[in-house]
Design a protein around this ligand. Structure first.
Ligand code: RB5
Length: 138
């Protein structure tokens, strides 16, 4: 039997609801999901949660992860401070595809207050299934 691919996910209060929806979606896709919180819509500091997940990616414990805050900006800033992390804030499928093909992004950042769950599912599926292609981009 093939091992389930591991993925790590985290959010602050601005991304909590979308995180829950995406977690279910990922499990339905067959992923083994590690959820670093937060666990409610009570206000928290996004670096506490983004840092845990980005640190785990940086340490090689997970091949990829998903972070969500209200705008996606805070989580992007936090995640990209960690060595080996390439976090991409994606508001649409095209950016998600390019962040994999051209940038080999290993963290997808989503905006819980800008992106509805159906759009987010499409972004996640595109991001997870697009390979990195090594070429000189024009
Ligand atoms: C929280 O209100 C919000 O500022 C946070 O989720 C995020 O958008 C920060 O970048």
């Amino acid at each position: 039997m093939m091992a389930m691919e591991k993925i790590i996910i985290a959010a602050d209060h601005g991304g909590y609801l979308l995180k829950e929806a995406i977690k279910t979606h990922l499990m339905q896709m067959g992923f083994s999901v590690t959820d670093e919180g937060t666990d409610s819509d009570q206000a928290v500091d996004y670096p506490d949660f983004g840092g845990k997940a980005a640190g785990a990616i940086s340490a090689g414990l997970f091949p990829r992860g998903i972070l969500i805050c209200g705008s996606g900006v805070g989580m992007s800033i936090v995640a990209n401070r960690f060595p080996g992390v390439r976090a991409a804030l994606c508001l649409d499928e095209e950016t998600a595809r390019l962040s994999r093909m051209h940038n080999d992004a290993n963290i997808l950042v989503l905006a819980g207050r800008k992106t509805d769950s159906e759009t987010a599912f499409r972004i996640v599926r595109t991001w997870l299934t697009t390979p990195f292609v090594i070429t000189i981009q024009k």
